[in-house]
Design a protein around this ligand. Structure first.
Ligand SMILES: [Zn+2]
Length: 328
């Protein structure tokens, strides 16, 4: 998929460069219409340039001298051009090459001899990945499709008001989060509860709402997240995706606790990711089927405290019977 994005961007940059040349010709036409001498100076400069290339080609041993001889003439033309442009009411640099990015001049790459992706290109790859990941979010799971009737409303010992009333409360909190994102009181949420009570469905609803509001959330399973982090750690795979994990404005990590556990790596990487995201004020929602005690023993005190940090995180407890079973 990265290859596909790069191919698309290569085409985009090429047409940007073509558009730049069109803009340069338009500017030249405008300037020459105001002062015909400007057009003549440009033509003279182009002719000098051709001479220089030809002369250097014919007698390479004199290339340096020829270049020196002509550079005085180039400088004279440049300063006369500048004066005439300003006199015509245009900016002095009006006829300089046009480009969107000064660093790479719209090539998308910088550096010699080692070619590196320019920051402008990197940014565009990132935006594409964001958009593609957000497009993967299920459209049919949204708050309008959220149906409280799948939850039992009869009171139990643990839930005197019944599961349905509790779930409605949780839904309202999640609707409010999705509606006010990114201006939430607390940037993070932790969904705890057994499987089948609707945590993933709720995440999808929130992601969908954020998408509708013009944001690009990213929802993925903890297993996939770990695969990306592991690949980045071993410097294989796609580094842009690891960057997306760190920078995505709204990251939803589903099913924490189901990812394979690698000694010294999994915990450190999750901890580092959450901290980096927090430093960037990026929002993170985590869901897990594990009980707090299980989280503590699996992830150590350090990560556990981070997950349950009350200053940053609102913990929602999804309780009760499996809604899928009730529905069936
Ligand atoms: Zn650039």
């Amino acid at each position: 998929m990265k290859e596909q994005v790069l191919r698309e961007l290569a085409v985009e940059y090429e047409s940007q460069r073509a558009a730049n040349r069109v803009e340069e010709r338009r500017r030249l036409g405008e300037a020459a219409a105001l002062d015909p001498v400007i057009g003549e100076l440009i033509a003279r400069r182009a002719e000098l340039f051709r001479q220089r290339v030809r002369a250097a080609f014919d007698s390479p041993e004199r290339a340096m001298d020829i270049s020196k001889e002509l550079s005085g003439e180039f400088t004279r033309i440049a300063s006369e051009l500048r004066e005439r442009l300003i006199a015509a009411g245009l900016p002095g640099d009006w006829l300089q090459p046009v480009y969107r990015c000064a660093a790479c001049r719209d090539q998308g790459y910088v550096g010699e001899p080692i070619r590196e992706m320019c920051e402008c290109m990197r940014q565009r790859v990132f935006q594409r990945l964001c958009r593609d990941e957000a497009l993967g979010i299920r459209a049919d799971e949204n708050f309008a499709a959220w149906d409280e009737r799948v939850y039992d409303d009869s009171p139990t010992d643990k839930m005197p008001q019944g599961q349905r009333a509790e779930m409605i409360k949780l839904r309202n909190i999640c609707v409010e989060y999705a509606e006010t994102f990114p201006n939430n009181e607390k940037p993070c949420m932790l969904f705890c509860g057994p499987s089948g009570v609707g945590k993933t469905f709720m995440l999808n609803c929130m992601a969908q709402r954020a998408l509708e509001r013009g944001f690009t959330p990213w929802k993925l399973t903890a297993s996939r997240m770990m695969a990306i982090l592991r690949d980045a750690y071993f410097e294989r795979g796609d580094p842009e995706r690891a960057r997306l994990l760190r920078e995505s404005p709204l990251l939803m990590i589903d099913d924490l606790g189901t990812e394979p556990m690698q000694e010294n790596l999994t915990i450190t990487q999750i901890f580092t990711l959450l901290n980096e995201r927090n430093a960037r004020r990026a929002h993170t929602i985590v869901s897990t089927n594990l009980l707090p005690t299980e989280l503590l023993s699996r992830y150590t005190e350090r990560l556990y405290s981070r997950l349950f940090d009350k200053r940053l995180t609102r913990v929602l407890s999804f309780r009760g019977a499996d809604a899928r079973r009730i529905r069936a």
